[in-house]
Design a protein around this ligand. Sequence first.
Ligand SMILES: Nc1ncnc2c1ncn2[C@@H]1O[C@H](COP(=O)(O)OP(=O)(O)OP(=O)(O)O)[C@@H](O)[C@H]1O
Ligand SMILES: [Mg+2]
Length: 461
Amino acid sequence: MAAYSAVTVFRHTLEQLLDSDQFSPHISKTQIISLHEKVCSLQSSLDKISFVPKLKRDKMKDLQNRIRDAIYAAQDAVDYWNRGHSPQGSGEKTMKKLEEDIKLVEEDAVVLEKEIRNDPKAENLFLAQPSFNFSGKDKIVGQEEDFKNVVEILVDDKHMLQVIPITGLPGIGKTTLARSIYDDKRIRNSFRLSIHSWVTVSQDVNYQELLSKILSSMESRGSQAGDHATQGDEDQLRVNLHQTLYHNKYLIVLDDVWDIMVWDQVRLSLPDNKNGSRILLSTRISILAETVRNSNFMHEMKPLGLKHNYKDDITNACLAHLKDTGRRIADNCKGLPLSITVIGGLLSRERLDPDYWKRIEQDTAGFAAIGDDSYMEILSLSYNNLPAYLKGCFLYMGAFPEDAGTRVSKLIKLCVAEGFFPKPSLPTQTMELVAHKALENLIGRNLIAISEKSSNGNWQR
Ligand SMILES: Nc1ncnc2c1ncn2[C@@H]1O[C@H](COP(=O)(O)OP(=O)(O)OP(=O)(O)O)[C@@H](O)[C@H]1O
Ligand SMILES: [Mg+2]
């Protein structure tokens, strides 16, 4: 939520000013303290608005716009005066007006929060902790046949290099399938690979970076093959890659390819030594999958439910009084794993509350038929249900490359530095702990995923 982030960032600016204890002649310390109080008060009122029901969303949007305007105006004025410029007209009057505007939007936020709280259908979801989770590596369901079909081609005795495309809608499970195949030790062993490599390609591709990524992610039998030269210009990297692969049997996964030109470039460095090497390539774009395949095999993923009755699994996992609603919600997800995991994450916030489940049933009933953009509806439903302070943090994740792991310790530091979170209420709590809890909340909602844990179970990526 841009409005919330604007408030947080401005609060930080004011705190930095107060810490530095240096004030321009045009703005006094007392004025900054007073402004800071208003901004903190606005932020804590916004923290209380954790869920906005559908009927109140327009009102909330309007309020957010006004908050943003008020905060930007105050921020501009403080920056301007702080850089030594003198205010136009009376500085005192301008400051009073800015404070009043912030106070006004805060009053409206308090009214809206009361309206939501008094609505029996809109309980505070903020404190609820996730207690069950539909996703996770060990809970992959319904992909047995997909797995078998792809593996069959992977390990068949054809010597020619084969490009195996996996295609399907966004969120249908292409990466999950490719990953479970890539990670399967039995396949690696039976396949007698000497080199394997996993690379997420995504949309903004820099060839040099991509070639270097393939080289640096290469693992050879039992150990990380760190001795490949991964630096150099594009031509050098191309040659390095070709030479490294030339005498080896390899499996390379190119996950999430968007552009045929990317493939055209990379394929030049992937030699075919007729030794049974394979390339697994996942893409949303079926025409791209058609183009890259070099046999008549291409794996097109279908929604769950055609082969696996996921609705029974979900119904069985629900408490008795929620089974019917749970089944209808599962129906609304139309077999798209992404919808099931994200909606599952949402429901896990309120495991017992039939009203809340009914509301999610209504919200999901409007989902369009499964298609290219249906996942956006699901994500926006989940996004709308986030508490304000998590919205900024969640949007911030968009700055990181898709499907690329990010170190949790780094992410926590960045989120704390960005000032997304309210100060902890207890002196024993640190900002890092608050950030950790926030990430836990997003993980519980299946909006972000842990890809790597340390041996003692701590999150790493
Ligand atoms: N068979 C499955 N069982 C359980 N969870 C699954 C399954 N397939 C996918 N998921 C979950 O659904 C979500 C989306 O899956 P995934 O990222 O594999 O989709 P995708 O097809 O690669 O999407 P995109 O086109 O965006 O790359 C993930 O959270 C994943 O954990
Ligand atoms: Mg994917």
